[in-house]
Design a protein. Structure first.
Length: 199
């Protein structure tokens, strides 16, 4: 089995459901997910999803997710700089920060590595690995926009979670999965998570 390795980070912007639905989609595939949630990410996720503490894998399983037999989640503490994903010598297939707060965006755009999420993103940029950011704020200040440009110039894909409506999404999950589908496309996964435009 060809198990891919993907880093998923959830930070303290609104929209933790994007990270949760992404983790859900990845664990239905033969993927080893390295999951890091910032302290603010955990706080916002508690407001938005009700998940506060305990194993994230159990949270997914209890919400009905059926794991692929080749799927695994490694949960990483935000201050654990000895985690595998802190090193460029550890090879993986890409990182997604969903959602990405303006704080985390600023850290990445300026090479500041205050936690394992910033460090792992910094490693992706230096190693030229896929790094997908879902920055969430509204409106954006000039500082936010400039930080997005800096991150994009360094190689990140800036994918604001602004869903399309042409597929006529009926539920919030449909809307979110439209974005998760684009993330999976960028990481090179085959999927049928969301309808595609067929002309
Ligand atoms: C309910 C709630 C919603 C928030 N929404 C956003 C947001 O959409 N975008 C953002 O950049 N920050 C938002 N914040 C603020 C961040 O959580 C805060 O800036 C934090 O320092 C981010 O830290 P992190 O980047 O380590 O996760 C929100 C905070 C709370 C409590």
């Amino acid at each position: 089995m060809n198990q891919k390795k993907i880093v998923v980070a959830i930070t303290g912007a609104s929209g933790s459901i994007y990270g949760v639905r992404l983790a859900r989609a990845l664990t239905s595939l033969p993927v080893r997910v390295f999951l890091a949630v910032s302290p603010s990410g955990r706080q916002v996720m508690a407001y938005e999803t009700g998940y506060e503490s305990g194993s994230f894998e159990m949270f997914l399983r209890e919400s009905g997710v059926i794991f692929h037999k080749g799927a695994k989640i490694d949960e990483i503490q935000p201050d654990d700089f000895s985690a595998l994903i802190a090193s460029g010598s550890f090879r993986h297939d890409g990182m997604v920060i969903a959602p990405c707060s303006m704080n985390t965006l600023a850290a990445i755009a300026n090479g500041i590595t205050g936690n394992i999420i910033h460090r792992a993103a910094d490693v992706c940029l230096k190693e030229r690995r896929p790094l997908v950011l879902l920055p969430r704020e509204t409106p954006f200040s000039l500082i936010h926009l400039k930080n997005m440009v800096r991150a994009a110039e360094a190689g990140a894909v800036i994918m604001p979670p602004s869903p399309g409506f042409y597929t006529r999404p009926a539920t919030i999950d449909d809307l979110v999965d439209g974005i998760v589908a684009r993330i999976l496309d960028h990481l090179g996964f085959a999927h049928d998570l969301s309808p595609r435009w067929e002309g």
